[in-house]
Design a protein around this ligand. Structure first.
Ligand SMILES: NC(=O)c1ccc[n+]([C@@H]2O[C@H](COP(=O)([O-])OP(=O)(O)OC[C@H]3O[C@@H](n4cnc5c(N)ncnc54)[C@H](OP(=O)(O)O)[C@@H]3O)[C@@H](O)[C@H]2O)c1
Length: 290
């Protein structure tokens, strides 16, 4: 990976071009085929990674609606197109939502993937209802912190999991209980209505056995390997949704939801931040425009 000059992207039909102020990425994206190929499996390198942005609209393609030039926006960009670790990005306008003036670009760029993934996993795929119990794996991480907070806001009882060092962070994000997966038995929590799995493997398999009859395992790390005996297993990939982005940012504005940013770096340091081997809890945001 290297920092190079590339031509400014041109808007295709339905696109907005956004001057990127802040960009987010997922640590695993270099392992996704969509980072390297287009939808027809053709090589699309050199690729620009990063799929979350907050910035200002500078131009539109034919057919783009709902936004205006000069507007502050944030959103999730197409996995198969050049991404947001750049000064400008072309993105379908429908994948963007207005970013209110009192929400910082750094915060805006941290919300799309973690916020939408948590929202869709809990409410669309997990059909969470008040009074239910949820295991939020990796509760101190980027997605898990959102899962924990949104589930609590919805009136659920949340059992966060993670490393020993993450206990206080998970409790601060609102987990009612915490299981240190390296030293404590997950099975001691008993049966729950919903498992939000972002770890998979052995933890995913053991989790499936803890689902109450009629409950659900939602996985964001590929197909569920062990299905609950009397329940539903769903795996999904997050999709952009303007209305949900607006719901999420509204909760941030009124203090109900706190984003989990661990590191903020400049574009010159993006390469080092992306490839860091240190443990960096929370999201890393690249501040592209000072
Ligand atoms: N399908 C989708 O749409 C979608 C969307 C977003 C993310 N994802 C995937 O979901 C995963 C999580 O993403 P994220 O951004 O939330 O990552 P993250 O910020 O690194 O959070 C993951 C958390 O889980 C903890 N964890 C992982 N394995 C563990 C284990 N065996 N025992 C205890 N704790 C463990 C991590 O601790 P350590 O750092 O110490 O391991 C970290 O605190 C990634 O694989 C990502 O690619 C999928």
């Amino acid at each position: 990976m290297k920092l190079v000059e590339r031509p400014e992207p041109q808007p295709s039909t339905n696109d907005a071009v956004v001057q990127v102020y802040a960009s987010g990425f997922v640590k695993t994206e270099l392992a996704w085929s969509s980072t390297w190929t287009d939808r027809l499996d053709r090589d699309r390198t050199p690729s620009i990674p990063g799929h979350e942005l907050a910035g200002v609209v500078t131009a539109f393609g034919y057919g783009a609606t709902g936004l205006s030039v000069g507007q502050r926006v944030f959103g999730l960009t197409d996995w198969y197109r050049d991404g947001t670790l750049a000064e400008y990005a072309a993105v379908e306008a429908r994948n963007l939502a207005p970013l209110p003036g009192d929400v910082d670009f750094t915060v805006g760029a941290s919300l799309p993937i973690s916020g939408l993934t948590a929202w869709q996993g809990l409410f669309e795929h997990g059909r969470l209802r008040a009074g239910q119990s949820v295991i939020a794996h990796g509760a101190a991480g980027a997605v898990g912190a959102m899962v924990t907070q949104l589930a609590r806001l919805a009136g659920a009882h949340v059992i966060g999991t993670g490393r020993a060092a993450d206990r206080q962070t998970a409790l601060d994000f609102g987990a009612n209980e915490f299981v240190d997966l390296d030293n404590e038995a997950l099975e001691d929590v008993g049966r729950v209505d919903l498992i939000f799995d972002l770890i998979g493997g052995d933890i995913g398999q053991r989790s499936a056995r803890l689902v109450r009859a009629g409950g659900t395992v939602v996985s964001i790390v590929g197909p569920v390997e062990a299905r609950p005996a009397d329940g539903v297993a769903v795996d999904f990939v997050v999709e952009s949704d303007r209305a949900q982005l607006s719901e999420i940012v509204q909760r941030v504005r009124d203090g109900r939801l706190r984003t989990n940013i661990g590191t903020v770096a400049g574009l010159d340091d993006a390469f080092a931040a992306f490839n860091s081997t240190e443990r960096r809890p929370g999201k890393t945001i690249i501040r592209v425009h000072p």
